[in-house]
Design a binder for this molecule. Structure first.
Ligand SMILES: Nc1ncnc2c1ncn2[C@@H]1O[C@H](COP(=O)(O)OP(=O)(O)O)[C@@H](O)[C@H]1O
Ligand SMILES: [Mg+2]
Length: 261
């Protein structure tokens, strides 16, 4: 592991895909998602960079447990770096990495949120569809759109429903809320002990025997596809006349009582 900011690389490299996993609510599945994505991209190569913005360092703990013979992942413990904001505090990946995955758990200030997300190609928000988690996610997503000036028409923001039991009332609530925002739910991950096992051994579900993880891999695959499609998403955003930080019209959200513009 290495301190952040010591690497000789350009954070805005065109061949580097920045994936930010965000949600201030603990237990929503950020570390699970970040570590499983890191394991997937490590297998595919070249070695990705996994950046842990959590002072508890669970992603780095996972990486420390990773067996030496598994495909390489570069780890950066970057809590202090993540909570600074401003020019020059962007996160850097290792020069050889094509994917940089950032695990961002803390409730960040608006500035910090902006600096963590403005150059991200893919922003993933895992949400557990319980009533309390949905309530907190709704507020958080509203803030992301309004204050961090993220625009859902940039096609770089997606939700992952985690630990789903589909027919609950809260799950239907989550679906309604997100549909109203036009933010896609790109995957629904099952509640599965395979994630707990993988977390304990420093691996991801893609590194477990196929017969054990088949159903979970099927649920995770759409996330990989969505990430891999980022150039297409960018083209779609450009085609809809909305690229980078073009302001958006009236995004949100009667349910939260907030309006943009
Ligand atoms: N889909 C899932 N099925 C079963 N357990 C899960 C699932 N997602 C997360 N967990 C477990 O729930 C706990 C919290 O998940 P974690 O990824 O650490 O959340 P966060 O990083 O958002 O706090 C961990 O023990 C993790 O192994
Ligand atoms: Mg975590």
């Amino acid at each position: 592991m290495h301190p952040a900011g010591t690497m000789d690389s350009n954070p805005n490299r065109d061949d580097l895909h920045k994936i930010v996993v965000l949600n201030p609510k603990g237990g929503s599945g950020k570390t699970t998602l970040a570590t499983n994505l890191a394991s997937f991209f490590a297998r595919r190569g070249p070695p990705p960079t996994l950046i842990d913005c959590d002072p508890h360092g669970y992603s780095m703990r996972w990486l420390n447990n990773r067996p030496a013979q598994r495909p390489k992942i570069y780890g950066i413990a970057a809590y202090e770096h993540c909570t600074q904001a401003g020019k020059g505090t962007e996160l850097h990946a290792w020069p050889g990495s094509r994917h940089m995955i950032v695990d961002v758990p803390a409730a960040l200030s608006d500035d910090q949120l902006y600096y963590q997300t403005y150059d991200a190609n893919s922003i993933l928000i895992p949400v557990v569809p319980s009533e309390i988690d949905i309530y907190s996610a709704a507020g958080f997503i509203a803030n992301l759109l309004l204050v961090a000036q993220l625009d859902r028409r940039n096609h770089n923001l997606a939700i992952i429903a985690n630990r789903t039991r589909q027919n609950t009332k809260s799950y239907r609530m989550l679906m309604r809320f997100l549909t109203s925002l036009e933010i896609p739910i790109i995957a629904e991950l099952r509640d599965s002990q395979n994630y707990v096992y993988a977390a304990a051994y420093g691996i991801g579900i893609y590194e477990m025997p196929a017969y054990k993880v088949k159903k979970d891999v099927e649920r995770m695959d759409p996330i990989i596809t969505w990430i891999d499609n980022w150039r297409m998403r960018r083209l779609d955003a450009a085609a809809s006349g909305n690229f980078e930080h073009a302001p958006s019209a009236g995004v949100l959200t009667p349910a939260l009582g907030k309006h943009q513009h």
